[in-house]
Ligand binder design. Structure first.
Ligand code: SF4
Length: 366
């Protein structure tokens, strides 16, 4: 993992998930989870393809019943990124998911039940070379069954989360299974930070990090950026998922923006736009929105625009200066704007043509 913006990355073991590796020296990968019914092949495949286009690298689907488990093979055949089966309670679903060819299984061995059942899941995963993510959530700790309203400090919660994760790890290790990723999620930053930092001090198992049930787009993105960003800035975290009550494609975008702002990954352009003010006589918001829609749904444009700084400014007060420091951009006037490339004013173009001109420029640049 590159670490230009933060502390030394924690050394973790490498875990292969299909063609991706989590941990080791691999870059921090971006995951998301479908919100479709896994039994609905078309809806699920369509959503995964859209997420692939947005740059999602590993996709997880919920497997609530056998019909969903038996659909996994067909989903896998129709997509090109690794597929993860998210399973609770029923060990048979995990075994079927592995039989269907998934690349990783997310379980909480604590809710899979007796040792024999966990053993069956481990046996299936071991013989197929499929890793297991042990996902521990603060809200579903085993200790809460006996004591549903504990008077714990955030640190007590974190310790309990780490204890339960390590108990599960040991259960798998006793079965000689080491192909493991762990996640420790809470719905607040404090416990998420404490639990992951504590776990990282005790194990070399790669960590899937995120703040669970983070919330709406704005609140959730802020919370996730802080939680995930602070962990990454301490060198902790091998793969990330931003949980938002929002289109999963936006979760992918938000995840990359976090990684991009820490200098850990490159992803699309750096789009600079002004907040607009009373001087503005063009619709900067609409232009930026259309540009994002076009770029982030097209893998080729996404790749071609990587690292470019593109400015869309509302007027000629600050516009030309900002656009000059970009690779190219436009500074608005009344329904039109000055097109600027590498600091030079090139031409005047109509507002209705700005988006197309930016797209043309990206396509012709590389
Ligand atoms: S660039 Fe012009 S329109 Fe945009 S915020 Fe600055 S002064 Fe206002």
């Amino acid at each position: 993992m590159d670490c230009s913006a933060h502390g030394k990355p924690r050394k973790t073991r490498a875990v292969k998930v299909g063609r991706f590796t989590i941990g080791g020296s691999s870059p921090v990968s971006v995951q998301s989870m479908c919100n479709t019914d896994t039994r609905d092949l078309k809806a699920t495949v369509d959503q995964i393809r859209r997420l692939e286009a947005a740059g999602c690298e590993i996709i997880r689907v919920a497997v609530p019943d056998m019909e969903a488990a038996q659909n996994l093979g067909r989903i896998k055949q129709a997509i090109s990124i690794p597929l993860v089966a998210d399973i609770h309670f029923d060990w048979r679903l995990a075994v079927e998911a592995v039989r269907q060819g998934v690349d990783k299984v997310r379980i909480n061995p604590g809710n899979i039940g007796e040792k024999d059942k966990v053993k069956e899941v481990v046996r299936a995963c071991a013989s197929a070379g499929v890793p297991i993510r042990i996902g521990v959530n603060a809200g579903s700790l085993k200790a809460l069954k006996e004591n549903p309203k504990p008077r714990w400090t955030p640190y007590d919660w974190a310790k309990q989360m780490v204890k339960e994760a390590l108990d599960e790890v040991r259960t798998l290790e006793r079965l000689d299974f080491h192909n493991v990723v762990v996640s420790l999620k809470a719905d607040d930053i404090e416990r998420t930070l404490m639990a992951n930092t504590l776990f990282a001090s005790k194990s070399d198992i790669p960590l899937h990090i995120g703040v669970t049930e983070a919330g709406s787009f704005l609140a959730g993105t802020v919370k996730s950026s802080l939680g995930i960003g602070l962990l990454l800035s301490r060198g902790i975290g091998d793969t990330i998922r931003v949980s938002l009550t929002e289109d999963p494609a936006m979760q992918v975008r938000a995840a990359y923006e976090i990684l991009k702002s820490l200098g850990l990954r490159r992803y699309g352009p750096d789009l600079v736009s002004c907040p607009t003010c009373g001087r503005c006589q063009v619709n900067v918001g609409k232009v930026i929105h259309e540009l994002e829609e076009r770029i982030y749904s097209d893998p080729q444009l996404l790749k071609q625009s990587e690292g470019m700084k593109i400015a869309v400014m509302g007027c000629v007060v600050n516009g030309p200066g900002e656009a000059r420091s970009a690779d190219f951009g436009v500074a608005g006037g009344k329904g039109r704007g000055i097109w600027i490339e590498k600091g030079k004013q090139m031409k005047v173009i109509k507002e209705s043509e700005w988006v197309n001109e930016v797209i043309r420029k990206i396509r012709s640049s590389k």
